[in-house]
Design a protein around this ligand. Structure first.
Ligand SMILES: Cc1cc2nc3c(=O)[nH]c(=O)nc-3n(C[C@H](O)[C@H](O)[C@H](O)COP(=O)(O)O)c2cc1C
Length: 158
C-alpha cells in the first residue's frame, strides 16, 4: 500500500470534535474524540472509536455507557484541555463544569448539548475499539455552530 496516499486520503474524512464522558461510580472522566458518527436513525445509534490504551476505554468496557458532548465552534481551547495529560482521572473537568444526565453520565454545562448512550456492540481490533451506542437521552443547551476538526489545524487520523 502507498502509505502516504492512505494518510492523505483518510485525513479527508470530515470529523467533528466532541467530549466523550464516562463514569464508574464516583469516578468520572472525559476525553476529546473526533472519530464519531451516527450509525442508525431508528433506533438512534452512534459509533465512536476509543483508544484501547486510554483510561476511558476500560470504563466504557465495564459500564457499557458513555456520553458525547457537542462543542461550539469557539470551544477549541476546551477540546485541547481534554486531550492533554491530566494529573488525576477526571481532572480535566476542572476546566469545564458538568452535570450528571438522566443516565448518570457527565454532560458539560457549557456546550451545545450532550447525549447519553448505552453500548450495544463493539469491534475490538487494532489500537482503537469501535463502540456502537444507542442514544438514550439528549440535552440541548443552545443550538449553534459546532466545532470541526478541519478548523483547528490538528490532525487525528491517517
Ligand atoms: C484532534 C484529536 C482527536 C482525537 N480523537 C480521539 C478519538 O476519536 N478517540 C480516542 O480514543 N482518542 C482521541 N483522541 C485522543 C484522546 O483525546 C487522548 O488520548 C486522551 O488523552 C484520552 O484520554 P483518557 O486516557 O483519559 O481516556 C484525539 C486527540 C486529538 C488531539
Amino acid at each position: 500500500m502507498d502509505l502516504e496516499a492512505k494518510k492523505v486520503l483518510l485525513r479527508k474524512i470530515p470529523h467533528g470534535l466532541f467530549i466523550c464522558g464516562v463514569r464508574d461510580g464516583d469516578s468520572v472522566n472525559g476525553f476529546t474524540a473526533s472519530w464519531v458518527t451516527q450509525g442508525s436513525f431508528e433506533p438512534p445509534l452512534v459509533v465512536i472509536a476509543v483508544r484501547a490504551d486510554g483510561s476511558s476505554h476500560e470504563i466504557i468496557q465495564k459500564t457499557k455507557c458513555f456520553s458525547l458532548n457537542v462543542l461550539r465552534s469557539d470551544q477549541k481551547d476546551l477540546a485541547a484541555v481534554f486531550f492533554k495529560p491530566q494529573q488525576a482521572l477526571g481532572g480535566r473537568f476542572e476546566a469545564a463544569p458538568f452535570t450528571l444526565g438522566e443516565y448518570g453520565l457527565p454532560i458539560l454545562d457549557d456546550s451545545i448539548g450532550g447525549i447519553e448512550c448505552q453500548v450495544i456492540g463493539d469491534v475490538k481490533s487494532g489500537d482503537h475499539t469501535i463502540f456502537v451506542g444507542k442514544v438514550n437521552s439528549a440535552k440541548l443547551h443552545q443550538d449553534g455552530e459546532a466545532l470541526n476538526l478541519s478548523t483547528t489545524g490538528w490532525n487525528y487520523g491517517g
